[in-house]
Write a protein that binds this ligand. Sequence first.
Ligand code: OOB
Length: 537
Amino acid sequence: MTFTSWPSELAEQYRSEGLWCAETFDDVLTARASDPSIADRTAVVDVDRSCTYRELDLRVGRLAAGFSALGIEPGERVLLQMPNAIEFVETVFALFRLGALPVFGLPAHREAELVGIARAADVVAIVHPRVHDRFDHSALAQTVADQVDTVRRLIPIDTLESLHTDPCGHPRSEPESVAFLQLSGGSTGVPKLIPRTHADYLYSVWRSNEVCGVSGDTVYLVVLPVAHNFPMSSPGILGALYAGGTVVLSPSPAPSAAWPLVESERATMVGLVPPLARLWTETAERGTTQDISSLETIQVGGARCPDELARRIGPALGVTLQQVFGMAEGLVCYTRLDDPIDVVTRTQGRPMSPLDQLRLVDDDGAAVAEGPGFLEVQGPYTIRGYWNGAAPASFAPDGWYRTGDVVEITDGGDLVVLGRGGDRINRGGEKVSAEQLEEHLLEHPAVRDVIVVAVADEYLGERTCAYVIAVDSGEPPSLPMLRAFARDRGLADWKLPDSVVVVDGFPETGVGKVSRRRLREILTEQNKPRTVAADER
Ligand code: OOB
């Protein structure tokens, strides 16, 4: 079983109430490109070029035919590792047209992640840059292909143009079939791939547009990695394209790169993670000559936005702040654009759909009347299982998704995200699995045992700290040593430990063997009042 569908009564309700429609992403592009009032508007802009809806549609047709000529079949999976540029949008829509499934890797992923993803999804091809940010992605793609038998084709981005050929017919995808695979943040061993259908994802896109006020006049700027669920669909590039607006792709989130694009393209909306929101706010507070007055809404999500920062964003940047608490598995909560300032600065908003159902449970899964509690959810765009049934414990026996987030719900129905139980560290929006990092560090010859926990960080919110018990002899493990080791094992940079503390032993609880999870909790608790030194920066 690759995909777990919704219970039939719920699916029927979502259809009959008009949430799931008989439309695919390819239908949307075709419709916009053949609408005379939209066809010649700019659909996508990057630093090199731009294209209209009509041009995008034509190029997508030619690329889809090219992928087909390469032997890529409907239903097959293609791993994308693509930076923020127009080719990403063209490739995704070409795969939709063909009925093949994009799998959304990130440019920062390295061998450990990509091999895991390629295997779990049985990908047949990888689309990759040759070199990006001084890193050799061709060599990386080749390493992945050497280890994963299903990979038949490596497609460097600069060869996409040469694949273009005369469009040919492709069978239309079923609206309720899987459109693509997203990645779950902080995956361990086998990556958790998230199958999203056209119908469920399109609903989340158009409902996001309603909540976020997206229209044909919206110019949506992408500064986060475009393949991430937040800039993809909340309301993201798909929202802007659905509405007939314009997508602007910035290669970097730094004000020095992104603000000139805001000025030249008159961008109206952007999604940021909290550390970036802080950087943008501080840069604006110091004063800028760049004209960013076209910006109307700044969304902040991916990690908890500190209240103090939330209060400064609007005044500093002359925008309305919208907090977004979402997950690639589904549920997205937004503060509303007309919410009182208190709600906008102190909460992470409320579910976008009236048919989202939330419940709070305790450690044992029992319902708690009053929060805080672990959030569980089911709804019209929240998955019921990972691809191939991976990590079944992430779903309750009745199919609700266990988010792992500890939240409180205010009297007004807004969520306040308090943190997570367990093993995931949220490094300014980038998720790190403590378990995965521990597995890698345990392979180091100088490490006898290790527990990875989150420690508070002023800028990132959280960062990683590895508590290490060293082997008896030899040089004790140091931070540079362990970072280099983890990097060589193919971990993405953001997952390398930020600090290391060598300890003689782990806390005793007096009840015999303690689980790694419990140890993480104890060490996290011990950590709270002080910050750990030994930082590389
Ligand atoms: C977004 O998606 P993912 O899949 O990378 O991460 C989801 C997790 C949530 O379960 C939560 O732990 C954390 O990220 N998170 C937040 C948050 N937004 C996400 N924690 C506190 N406050 C927030 N505002 O991160 C994502 C997907 C769609 C839209 C926005 C973010």
